[in-house]
Design a protein around this ligand. Structure first.
Ligand code: CTP
Length: 407
């Protein structure tokens, strides 16, 4: 999952030797699951071929206002293109195009589309060092920045001319990182550290048996996905599940027992801004666990002596940092509301998410859940049955609303 996933991106390539790097940039954008429409200036076609770019982007490459090969003279509507775009990337941006952008010239499709655009515009200049240093060019770059365009600065190094200095276009991976970070900065949980636990814990009886529960981990993973989308850096401590989550902004720590979960939570909790304990932690563990399989002839092991596990959430409540937001879950079958409210006090929580096993389609294993959000001031919000990612969105919206000042 990437912040660029599903975004409509106009990748505009102008006529400079750095255009060859834009082929890699296009690959990275497509890999990030963006929908990419390539625009070329007529001069850019001398450096890269439309065939390469259309093959990689899976769309015809656009360069002219009219498709000259088409008898019907189809108009490539720059206004529609501009409105379609969520992002406009001009890489490489030559001195010529920068100058035309700064003075509102529109003598090719790329420039006309730029002038019509409302979305964020990123431009990555590339030119020889003296052209780059030239005051007229510097002024144009500054003008574009002052108009709100986002400047991806050049690198220093060996240039196509053989000279060494500032003027190389940023590398494709640097351009992608620049854009991703810039987009994330706008998000409500940007750089916030969020710790989420998910799934069941397994408490071993012997080499092949355990005490566990039916938790699938889906709710915790959905919370992690939504937190990432909101810009957070997430640590997900997961009990045994069949789920996985890959993203630059999540660290997944797999555990099996409640003790292991506790030890990982303890390591992470101090640096977390929000902690959400959605794991179904086993309350008890066998006092003795055999490393070998217990044979059925062993009749004196028909009953299992249990020990209570540490209540991780209670520990977190007792050791809560200033400004930390602590969210617990409560899965209840009887007196749901009263029990959930009691848990807020008992465990020093800011929020409890109540889900009831009495609701159809809610709870363990389902893709849906129906929750009630209760905060420490007693404010209650009941949500409808929804898919778990929607439920996770509701929970974060509510947290952002209630704890705006702390976050
Ligand atoms: N929890 C925990 N450590 C435990 C048990 C539960 O951190 N050993 C957390 C769960 O992750 C959840 C919350 O406590 O966020 C409530 O869990 P729940 O099982 O509903 O309640 P308990 O506190 O265990 O109480 P009871 O089983 O009596 O309802």
């Amino acid at each position: 999952m990437s912040i660029l996933s599903g975004k409509n991106v106009l990748l505009a390539i102008t006529g400079g030797i750095a255009a060859y790097k834009s082929i890699f940039l296009l690959r990275l954008l497509v890999k990030s699951e963006a929908n990419v429409q390539v625009l070329l200036t007529p001069n850019a076609k001398d450096f890269v071929t439309p065939l390469t770019l259309s093959t990689l982007s899976n769309r015809p490459v656009l360069s002219d206002f009219f498709d000259k090969n088409n008898q019907n003279k189809v108009w490539n509507n720059h206004v529609d293109l501009a409105l379609w775009a969520d992002l406009f990337i001009i890489a490489p941006a030559t001195s010529n195009t920068i100058s035309k952008m700064a003075s509102a010239q529109a003598d090719n499709l790329l420039l006309a589309t730029y002038l019509s655009s409302k979305c964020p515009v990123y431009f990555a200049p590339a030119m020889d060092l003296d052209m780059h240093k030239n005051m007229a060019n510097k002024n144009n770059i500054n003008k574009l920045i002052s108009f709100g365009n986002k400047h991806i600065p050049v690198n220093s190094g060996l240039l196509a001319s053989g000279l060494v200095g500032e003027g190389r276009m940023s590398e494709p991976n640097e351009i992608i990182d620049f854009i991703k970070n810039d987009l994330r900065r706008e998000l409500k949980l940007f750089k916030k550290k969020i710790l989420i636990t998910a799934g069941p814990t397994y408490e071993s009886i012997d080499a092949v048996r355990f005490i566990g529960n039916f938790s699938s981990g889906k709710m915790g993973y959905a919370l992690a996905k939504v937190a990432i989308k909101l810009g957070a850096d997430v640590t997900l401590i997961s009990g045994p599940t069949s789920l996985s989550l890959n993203d630059d902004n999540v660290k997944v720590i797999n555990v099996i027992t409640a003790d292991e979960m506790f030890s990982e939570v303890k390591k992470q909790c101090k640096s977390s801004d929000i902690i959400i304990m959605s794991a179904a932690v086993s309350d008890f563990k066998p006092k003795f666990s055999s490393t070998k399989k217990i044979k059925k002839e062993n009749k004196n092991l028909l009953s299992i002596e249990l020990l209570e596990n540490i209540d991780i959430l209670k520990y977190l409540g007792e050791n809560k940092k200033n400004n930390q937001i602590l969210v617990g879950f409560a899965l209840e079958t009887d007196n749901e509301f009263i029990n959930a409210k009691l848990k807020i006090k008992k465990k020093n929580l800011d929020v409890i998410i109540l889900n009831s096993l009495n609701d159809k389609g809610a709870g363990f294993g389902f893709d849906t859940n129906k929750v009630t959000y209760i905060n420490l001031n007693g404010s209650v919000k009941k949500f409808k049955l929804k898919i778990k990612e929607e439920v996770a969105k509701d929970i974060f919206d509510q947290i952002l609303n209630d704890f705006n000042e702390k976050i």
